[in-house]
Design a protein around this ligand. Structure first.
Ligand SMILES: [Zn+2]
Length: 507
């Protein structure tokens, strides 16, 4: 047997296991040290009274401090008996002669109705390693790792520190796998033929973790010299992840329980930047729900002021804000709904002069523009910058939505290479629309935004959904990329923006 199962079988052969009943008897008699080797968040939810809390990842560092006599009888337990077996083997290597692992772990302990309590844990020490000489391991220097990461076959970097430590910063791109579960999870993170670099705060725990990988068939395992501390001292950056606050957890609780979103997805939304083209009929409902969903930064560009005739559909605005700039009004409404997001406003008309400056840095653009010149401007800028654009339009009782994703499907110019003649374009005149229709279309845009940002589902790339409000019918049309497209075609060349300023008298 190879891999983790073989490794565990070998270790179980070397470690003495004791049953829950025997442990209870031994505790009554006294003279035994009981150690809970689970992760701190597991221990906080209940542990055996009198047990020392030493997560398995910190065992080699903390055990010699906590139990100085190597002849002391020690019983280790975890949730089910696997991690404590691994930990017992590690303790044996440190010279502890009377170590055993509790079979069935805390789950079995609770099952038989044995008493437990809710412990108070002391704060995790800042730099808990360095006291015990680590096993020798092949190392890689911070500068060599930096170079390898930008090379053609970058190694898989795995950070084995505890969650509380990686929350303060880790090397960008590394996989986070606390040492407590490391052997159990490593096969899911990287196959045995991959080059691995293990990271801890100064390198000791990574070296302990590396030792077991050889027995699991991993051939190329290195340890980052000096750990994350060494990496930062060498002048390289650590990536500090944003974590959900208690208030985030409450606000987005209905997202967190959906597997496709979850904590990771919500964090992705919270670090996403979406630009709304216009705070009008489509931009209003889309921005409102995107703010509610926790899009971290919403930009809005619009040069209009609120007019009473807007209020039949532009629900971000209110009657008492007639005459106020739309972007200011939008900001008030969005921050009123969700004060934790950032709203950046551009009280300006989108032009060929400002479009690149405005669009740069956004992950996605929501096109809710109501005229052809800006539609082409938005498309050409998105294609040029490689930003996906969620496009929507409405007319009377009808609307349509599609996603233009550069490099994956068509762009707007693939469908309409040039604007129609002005007198043929309905949007130039006062085009009527039933107020509810942009609400529906704007929300279809909003869900496409969330899907594209999270990489879930099937976004409307290469597909256009047409909504008929009178018949209540959705129709889907296939859209194809045009290899001859002047914007995104195979031979398209960037020649700057075409202004359609004269178009229907705008300008
Ligand atoms: Zn195109």
């Amino acid at each position: 047997m190879s891999g983790f199962s073989g490794h565990l079988a070998r270790i179980k052969g070397q470690v003495r296991e004791v049953g829950v009943d025997e442990v209870r008897e031994r505790l009554k008699v006294g003279g035994v040290v009981l150690i809970d080797v689970r992760q701190r968040d597991e221990i906080a939810e209940g542990s055996i009274e009198g047990a020392l809390a030493i997560p398995r990842g910190l065992l080699e560092i903390e055990l010699p401090e906590a139990v100085r006599d190597r002849d002391q009888e020690v019983i280790l337990y975890c949730a089910g008996g696997t991690r404590s077996a691994l930990a017992a083997e590690a303790a044996q290597k440190l010279g502890y002669g009377k170590v055993s692992s509790m079979a069935g772990g805390f789950a079995r302990w609770k099952q038989v109705g044995a008493p437990f309590h809710m412990p108070t844990l002391k704060a995790l020490a800042d730099e808990p390693e360095g006291a015990i000489p680590a096993p020798s391991a092949e190392t890689i220097s911070p500068s060599a790792l930096k170079e390898a990461l930008s090379g053609e076959a970058p190694p898989v970097v795995i950070d084995v520190r505890e969650d509380e430590e990686t929350a303060r910063g880790f090397i960008e791109g590394s996989l986070l796998s606390p040492r407590g579960f490391f052997e159990m999870k490593v096969e899911g993170l990287a196959s045995a033929d991959k080059d691995l670099v293990l990271v801890s705060s100064r390198g000791a725990r990574a070296a302990w973790a590396a030792q077991n990988l050889a027995g699991m068939g991993y051939g190329s395992v290195k340890v980052l010299e000096g750990g994350v501390v060494g990496w930062i001292e060498a002048g390289y950056k650590a990536h500090v992840p944003r974590r959900l606050s208690a208030s985030d957890r409450l606000r987005y609780s209905r997202h967190l329980i959906i597997p496709e979103v979850g904590e990771e997805g919500q964090l992705k939304l919270l670090t996403s930047k979406v630009l709304m083209m216009g705070a009008g009929g489509l931009g209003s409902p889309a921005a409102y729900y995107l703010a509610a969903a926790g899009i971290g930064k919403i930009g809005i560009i619009d040069s209009d002021v609120v007019d009473r005739s807007n209020l039949q559909r532009q629900i971000l605005h209110t009657d008492d804000r007639v005459g106020v700039s739309k972007v200011e009004s939008a900001r008030m409404t969005l921050l009123g709904l969700n004060p934790d997001i950032e709203v950046e406003v551009y009280d300006a008309r989108l032009t060929s002069e400002n479009v690149l400056e405005v669009f740069k840095g956004y992950d996605l653009v929501v096109d809710g523009g109501d005229n052809f010149p800006t539609r082409y401007l938005v498309n050409d800028a998105c294609v040029h910058l490689g930003i996906p654009c969620v496009h929507g339009s409405v007319y009377r009782f009808e609307g349509q939505v599609t996603v233009f994703k550069p490099g994956d499907g068509p762009c707007y110019r693939c469908l309409y290479p040039e604007p129609p003649p002005p007198d043929m374009a309905p949007s130039c005149a006062e085009a009527g629309v039933l107020g509810v229709v942009p609400g529906i279309v704007g929300l279809l845009q909003a869900i496409e935004v969330v899907k594209v940002l999270l990489g879930i589902g099937s976004p409307l790339v290469g597909r256009l959904v047409h909504f008929d409000g009178l018949g209540t019918k959705f129709r889907e049309l296939k859209l194809r990329r045009d290899v001859e497209c002047p914007a995104c075609g195979d031979n398209a060349e960037w020649t700057g923006f075409v202004d359609y300023e004269q178009f229907c008298g705008i300008g």
